[in-house]
Design a protein around this ligand. Structure first.
Ligand code: ZN
Length: 492
């Protein structure tokens, strides 16, 4: 496929021309959520970033196999293989089964992502569904000599691995620094070195999530599931691996080590990391109260913002920043995005009723199209694409008030492209409907008809009818504005 898509590769910090291993096919793995609580808004941002990437790759004609896992076991409270399993802890606190915790928060996650109009992945495998595969991987790593068993637990030997293959490529950490900066073992751990990480942990008596294995009744280490599931569904070498920036180390570094210990080759060609979301300039954290759940934003039931925000406005807000930039959530920024989103929707809704002229267009539609694609081909630059969509809307508005012209051919082209970029690629939807722009078109058509009747009434000084239409619409939260350029309406 001829494509000029360039992708920023976290592995070397450079933008590289994207070339898939198998022509026209892309294998993409994204680390999914650990389902022990309601999905975090920062996580939603990560998954929306990869939804944009998924949508754009498909738009370019790639057949994408998008694998995003559900972590339902093995993710302990801290990254040093210590603490309780996050899901087991929640189950203990609420006196329910771990799988009830998993079910509840998996449903919440899927429901929230659907509200954000994120497409489901092609495969959504779970850690507990792949215990056999994980045990087989551990056996292979042990056979290669890069892991050791102590007291029923198995650890990856980072120091030994680093002697053969450099460890720390992705995060840019070298082993000496790691040794220097990691606190020494407190005597409680079985690990030979603090840098080593668990592949299998023997379950203590209180640990309720446990499976039999050749070493002990226990559970797999968190990093292992992603290697097991990515290699099972995408092969030992695949195109894109993504996740949040915070997963670079140690999670993704450990994934690389596990895969390379087996195959002596890099498992992933392009590592993509989405940046984090802050709230009012500060890191989001439950402990400080600087935290908000997606649903609290949709309903407006929270102490942070004065008003509610629709999922599509939040999605639009997120896409107005590049996925590699930090985004700060604030009331003023969200309100600005809400207005911008409505302006784009209004512009798109006008397209169907625009009249073309017989003369040439006053806007270079082909050049504009190239700029839109250039933005997306430059490492999925959605803010630049959106800026171009605003340019087009400015032009559409000028045509609507007859200060600009458009040819028949360009009108069709512009209309098609606006729909492709807005609905298909950015994955945005109208605020009130669930099925793209069709319902909205119908609603707009009905409203236009009402406005026309009202205008006729006003011209014939039938103010009873014109006020009836205005006031009835206002009761339905549709606000009519009479301006020098004509009458417009706004959905409040
Ligand atoms: Zn992962």
């Amino acid at each position: 496929m001829d494509t000029v898509l360039s992708v920023y590769n976290s592995l070397n910090g450079k933008k590289e021309l994207f070339k898939s291993i198998i022509p026209n096919n892309v294998g993409m793995y994204v680390c999914g959520p650990t389902v022990y609580s309601n999905v975090h808004l920062g996580n939603c941002r990560t998954f929306m970033s990869f939804d944009l990437i998924y949508r754009y790759l498909q738009h370019l004609g790639y057949k994408v196999r998008y694998v995003r896992n559900i972590t339902d076991a093995g993710h302990l409270e801290n990254d040093a293989d210590e603490g309780e399993d996050r899901i087991a802890k929640k189950a203990r606190l609420e006196s329910i089964e771990p799988m009830e915790v998993v079910q509840r928060y998996t449903l919440d996650f899927r429901d929230t992502m659907a509200k954000f109009n994120s497409l489901p992945p092609s495969i959504e495998p779970t850690a507990t569904g792949h215990i056999v595969e994980q045990i087989e991987l551990i056996k292979s790593i042990l056979e290669k000599g890069y892991a050791y068993e102590i007291n029923g637990s198995v650890y990856f030997d980072v120091i030994k691995f680093n002697k053969d293959i450099p460890y720390g490529k992705l995060s840019g950490r070298n082993i000496e620094d790691l040794i220097h900066n990691t606190r020494s073992l407190d005597g409680q751990s079985d690990k030979k070195n603090p840098q080593d990480f668990a592949l299998w942990k023997k379950a203590e008596k209180v640990h309720i999530m446990r499976w039999p294995s050749p070493w002990s009744e226990g559970f797999p280490g968190w990093h292992l599931e992603c290697t097991a599931m990515s290699s099972k569904y995408l092969g030992s070498q695949f195109d894109i691996h993504g996740g949040g920036m915070d997963l670079k180390f140690p999670h993704h570094e450990c994934e690389i080590a596990q895969a390379e210990s087996l195959n002596k080759k890099a498992p992933v060609n392009y590592w993509i990391h989405a940046n984090m979301l802050t709230l009012n300039g500060k890191k989001m954290a439950k402990s400080t109260g600087n935290n908000i759940l997606p649903n609290e934003m949709f309903t407006g039931e929270n102490n942070i913002f004065k008003k509610s925000f629709a999922p599509m406005v939040i999605r639009f807000f997120m896409l107005q920043a590049h996925y590699r930039s930090i985004v700060d959530l604030s009331e003023s920024a969200l309100v600005a995005s809400e207005k911008g989103f409505q302006r784009l929707l209004d512009g798109i809704s006008k397209l169907d009723n625009l009249e073309h002229s017989e003369t040439t267009s006053g806007f270079d539609v082909e050049g504009w199209k190239n700029k839109c694609y250039a933005a997306m081909n430059d490492d999925f630059n959605s803010p630049l694409l959106i800026a171009n969509l605003f340019d087009a809307v400015k032009y559409i508005n000028s045509i609507a008030i007859c200060t600009q012209q458009i040819s028949k051919l360009d009108l069709t082209k512009l209309s098609d492209l606006m729909h492709i970029f807005f609905f298909q690629i950015l994955g945005l939807k109208t605020l009130k409907s669930n099925d793209g722009h069709n319902n909205n078109n119908r609603l707009n058509g009905t409203l236009d008809l009402l406005l026309e009747i009202r205008n006729k009434a006003r011209l014939s000084k039938d103010f009873v009818t014109s006020d009836l239409i205005r006031n009835s619409l206002l009761n339905m939260n549709v606000q009519i504005n009479d301006t020098s350029e004509g009458t417009t309406f706004k959905l409040n």
